[in-house]
Design a protein around this ligand. Structure first.
Ligand code: DX5
Ligand code: ZN
Length: 218
């Protein structure tokens, strides 16, 4: 299965509802939460998440780029978040955090910064529905894709197969028509795209094109 997840970080905030409705052909919506501490930028919080949830039935993948993410889990579930994808670098116990997400009725995901090795997490994949490999330093949209992180995708892909798991491998950062094929070939199933979707004249057409390129490369 291929999932295309537009990141509303790149949307027009003055017309957010309209932009979300434009990508009705997307598989899920990626919501970037930044706290100005874990990453050097601020985005939005539970209230904007709730507003987005009010204009779409789509699954909301919450990318929590925040310190002490567990503290905020309940707020984002109440706001309509469906999967809590927190940074392993931001918590002292990533398995406990995943369990806390599940106890709230949400799915859980590990997000992994470009410089963070994947090996320490390979034994814990059964605890999450998704692992999101960052292909840029988190904090800003519109950055250049880092192909070297695909080695982590390959490691993950083979461990997921070995262990018979259904964990989704997602990638976030710099995904566009020029980069999506290499990520798909490495084993990514879920593709976050901000500027490549909302920076396009026709965001829905951009989603279709990304999906076509990903399918062709698998
Ligand atoms: C960056 C965010 C990304 C961002 C991706 O910290 O996590 O989701 O929106 O933007 P593009 O697709 O423009 O790299
Ligand atoms: Zn993100």
């Amino acid at each position: 299965m291929i999932y295309i997840a537009p990141s509303i970080l790149a949307a027009d905030y003055a017309a957010l509802g309209e932009d979300v409705r434009k990508v009705s052909n997307a598989d899920l919506i990626h919501v970037d939460i930044m706290d100005g501490h874990f990453v050097p930028n601020l985005s939005f919080g539970p209230d904007v998440t709730k507003a987005v949830n009010g204009v779409t039935d789509k699954f909301l993948d919450m990318h929590l780029m925040i310190e002490q993410p567990e503290k905020w889990f309940a707020s984002y579930v109440d706001a309509g978040g469906d999967r809590l994808v927190f940074h392993v670098e931001a918590t002292s116990d990533h398995v406990a955090a995943a369990k806390a997400a599940h106890e709230l009725g949400a799915e859980a995901g590990f997000a992994i910064k470009p410089g963070t090795p994947i090996e320490p997490y390979l034994d814990d994949l059964e605890h999450v529905e998704e692992v999101m490999i960052m292909s840029v330093e988190p904090g800003f949209g519109g950055q250049k894709f880092m192909p070297e992180v695909l080695d982590k995708v390959r490691l993950l892909r083979s461990r997921i197969a070995e262990d018979g798991l259904s964990t989704i491998i997602a990638i976030d950062g710099g995904i566009a028509a020029a980069t999506i094929a290499q990520a798909a070939a490495a084993g990514v199933e879920s593709f976050v795209a901000g500027s490549a979707v909302f920076g396009a004249d026709d965001p829905a057409a951009a989603v279709d094109e990304l999906r076509r390129l990903a399918r062709a490369a698998r």
